[in-house]
Design a protein around this ligand. Structure first.
Ligand code: ATP
Ligand code: MG
Length: 737
């Protein structure tokens, strides 16, 4: 069998049609688990095997870095080597690469910085103060999302202004213009600017666009239903007159409207590309029959979709397990119990707990910690948002781009070197007078600085100079290590206190991440770009661990067992405060995405009472849960000695009068933890790992570790809501729960 035959042998007839399609636009639209991503990767391999494409002519894009990495791996294993010169990655990565390579044409400074979320908000704060816009009229958060929406819809400040109706909209437009100016003067772009910048670059530089069109002859886009206008436009520009574009997607899985996704892009694909060939796939290779039928019953109620039928190739399987928990702690216990049971046959990495909002992960984390189950919280950006990590990154950015104003404003203050507001104002003013960036003004040491500030700024400059010299030829990890040492960043966290230890561990991880980057042939600036491109769908380190993830971040992935938790009206579908209406169809698609991640086992759970962000909600079951046909369900509530799911009257009962503790009393009896302390050594005061406690501010938690005795006693506690803390029990007023 030759290579092409071998590829085709692993596909069904419809998939083959798509894989073997020749030139011209192709749309593959089909339900979850039908092999769309498989078609896309096999198509790349087939184009190469048939000699229709060269590796460097392939441009394949998808949504998350994780999905992109998986795609690249699949292609490499099919092709038997890397796609030399081709591109497999996210839209943002492609756009950034383009802008870095053509910064001048894009009218960007050569080493432009990428402002992260925090910096974007700071810039908005500054601008709003300058324009005297009170945050009662518009919060920086709201402003940021309005500006982001405009960018994703390809609207610049002027366009937004000309469309503005009413004062509120004009205000956003004004703010947008000022925000852009401020970003520009800091030599920075934000995340959305990458796409916008790439589009505008190609629109204004015909020769460049033409060279890219002829270079990347084959375009392939996965998850097309979640493209926004900017992405669709970018694809259009890269396609040229006769696009060899393969778009793959499922309108039922469009879940990024809040980030500007336009489901119309896929629904109207044939209008945009009239010569498009359309292939639909009808077989599901992922999920057992009951899971597939349950998911279909949920999604069928949406109106804006093409009806489709999926048959299960996997065949029959266990029914969908449903569990009504007393509260979120009970829900977490149930999930952990079931995971324990599954572990005999399923490895932890093949299990996912999926939820609607990040705040839901806490009780599950606590339960995983308590039982020593390996887990990872998807949302790897959190690590990069830690203060100590961001401080170090600010320095690193300054090594690569000495005039990175945003990084300078951060780094100069850590560790504290006595540069106060007055000194900063001198520097900012000097920069304005000389018409140079603030870091350059700092290098020139303006005379207005006090002698003490001069000394401090001078030392800061010297340190950066020294590290920059090192960075010129030492590997990234070495630079990070020296930075942490010489700057005093690490020394700030010298104590044996749990917090300091955690921070030191994070800094060590930063060194490790830099070392990994070096292994992948990235230099320091490549490493920093990679960090800037991370999104909340990325996992920092994988390994064999249960994935706790939002529904959004689980798109495209599959797991042997899935727990879709928090299936309550108000949570899924989510209704946010001050925004009573849920986008019911989009929320339904989210539920569908979650359910269809499951291969063999699907668990749907909901809680009668739940605290989310400190608010007590009393749950009616999600309407999506009620759409699941009863004959597909195995209801485990009764087995736990509680009202069975069927008789649970869907009564509106918001902000319940009863406290969750009441329910715990009633219900947690026989099932409550048999997972005692891991260390059996008893503390004289009775503190022991595993003990549940309550704290006036942090709420309920569990002791992880007991250090010292008597007045020296310290307890490391994991609080359900507040996370990990180290407390001195004699001061902290702890109660046993
Ligand atoms: P989603 O809509 O969730 O993105 P998808 O349509 O992209 O799903 P894939 O992830 O490509 O689906 O495929 C789902 C699973 O089915 C994968 O494990 C894939 O390897 C497997 N699969 C797809 N087609 C076949 C086939 N013809 N034979 C065997 N397995 C297949
Ligand atoms: Mg897919």
């Amino acid at each position: 069998m030759n290579r092409l035959e071998a590829l085709l042998a692993e596909l069904d007839d419809d998939q083959k049609l798509a894989v073997m399609h020749g030139e011209g636009p192709l749309l593959v639209v089909a339900g979850a688990g039908s092999g769309k991503t498989r078609v896309l990767t096999y198509r790349i391999a087939a184009l190469l095997a048939r000699g229709l494409a060269q590796p460097h002519e392939i441009l394949a894009v998808t949504f998350t870095n994780k999905a992109a990495r998986e795609m690249a791996e699949r292609v490499e294993s099919l092709v038997g080597g890397s796609l030399r010169g081709g591109f497999v990655g996210t839209f943002h990565r492609f756009a950034l690469k383009l802008l870095r390579n053509h910064a001048r044409e894009a009218e960007l400074p050569e080493r432009f910085a990428i402002a992260d979320e925090d910096e974007q908000r700071q810039i908005l704060d500054r601008v709003m103060k300058r324009l005297e816009i009170p945050s009662t009229r518009l919060t920086p958060r709201a402003a940021r999302s309005r500006i982001s929406a405009a960018k994703n819809a390809l609207l610049g400040p002027k366009e937004l202004e000309s469309r503005a109706r009413g004062d509120a909209e004009r205000l956003v437009a004004e703010l947008y213009a000022a925000y852009q100016d401020e970003l520009r003067s800091a030599a920075a772009v934000d995340f959305d600017d990458m796409l916008l910048g790439a589009v505008s670059l190609l629109e204004h530089h015909d020769a460049l666009r033409k060279s890219l069109v002829s270079r990347f002859r084959w375009l392939l886009v996965d998850e097309y239903q979640d493209t926004n206008l900017a992405q669709a436009r970018l694809v259009r520009l890269l396609g040229g007159k006769t696009p060899n574009l393969t778009a793959v997607g499922d309108e039922d899985q469009s879940i990024y409207r809040w980030r500007g996704a336009e489901v119309e892009n896929i629904l109207h694909f044939e209008a945009a590309y009239p010569t498009a060939h359309v292939v639909t796939l009808g077989r599901n290779y992922r999920s057992a029959e009951p899971i597939l039928r349950a998911a279909a019953a949920v999604i069928e109620r949406n109106s804006r979709r093409r009806p489709k039928k999926l048959s299960s190739e996997v065949g029959s399987g266990a029914p969908v397990t449903v569990y009504l928990a007393a509260d979120e702690a009970d829900e977490a216990r149930f999930v952990a119990d079931e995971i324990g049971r599954l572990r005999g046959s399923v490895s932890p990495g093949e299990i996912a707990v999926l939820f609607r909002v990040n705040a839901q992960s806490r009780p599950f984390e606590a339960e995983m910690v308590r039982r020593a189950l390996p887990y990872v919280v998807v949302g790897g950006t959190r690590f990069w948002e830690r203060k100590e990590v961001r401080d170090a990154l600010a320095y690193l950015r300054l090594l690569v781009a000495p005039d990175d104003v945003l990084a300078f404003r951060r780094a100069i203050h850590v560790p504290a070197r006595g540069i106060g507001q007055v000194a900063m104002e001198h520097l900012e003013r000097a920069a304005a007078t000389w018409g140079v960036p603030v870091p350059e003004a700092a290098r020139r040491l303006p005379v207005e600085l006090s002698p003490r500030a001069r000394l401090a700024v001078g030392e800061f400059n010297t340190l950066l100079g020294e590290l920059r010299a090192l960075a010129a030829d030492a590997p990234a990890a070495e630079v990070v290590r020296r930075l942490l040492d010489r700057s005093g960043l690490a020394a700030q966290y010298g104590s044996e206190d749990e917090d300091d230890r955690a921070r030191r561990a994070n800094l060590d991880q930063l060194v490790a991440a830099a070392a990994e980057a070096t292994e992948r042939d990235l230099d320091l600036s490549g490493f920093l770009d990679e960090v800037a491109l991370l999104t909340d769908a990325d996992v920092r380190r994988e390994g064999d661990a249960v994935q706790l993830s939002t529904l959004h971040a689980a798109k495209g992935l599959e797991f042997a067992a899935v727990f879709l938790v928090g299936m309550e009206d108000g949570l899924l579908p989510l209704r946010r405060e001050g925004n009573g209406e849920a986008d019911e169809e989009e929320e339904r698609r989210l539920a569908y995405v979650g359910m269809t991640r499951a291969q063999r086992r699907l668990f749907l759970t909901f809680a009668r009472v739940r605290r989310v962000n400190g608010q007590l909600l009393s749950g009616r079951p999600s309407p999506f849960l009620l759409d699941v046909p009863r004959e597909l369900v195995d209801d485990r509530t009764a087995a736990a000695g509680r009202d069975p799911f069927r008789s649970h009257a869907p009564q509106p009962h918001r902000h319940g009068a009863r406290s969750p503790a009441d329910f715990r009393e009633e219900h947690s009896g026989p099932r409550s933890t048999d997972h005692g302390p891991r260390s059996s050594s008893r503390h004289p005061d009775g503190w022991r790992p595993g003990l549940k406690i309550r704290h006036a501010t942090f709420g309920s938690g569990v002791i992880l570790q007991v250090q010292g005795t008597g007045a020296q006693t310290r307890l490391v506690i994991f609080f359900d809501r507040a996370g990990r803390k180290t407390l001195i029990p004699s001061l902290a007023k702890l109660e046993r729960a």
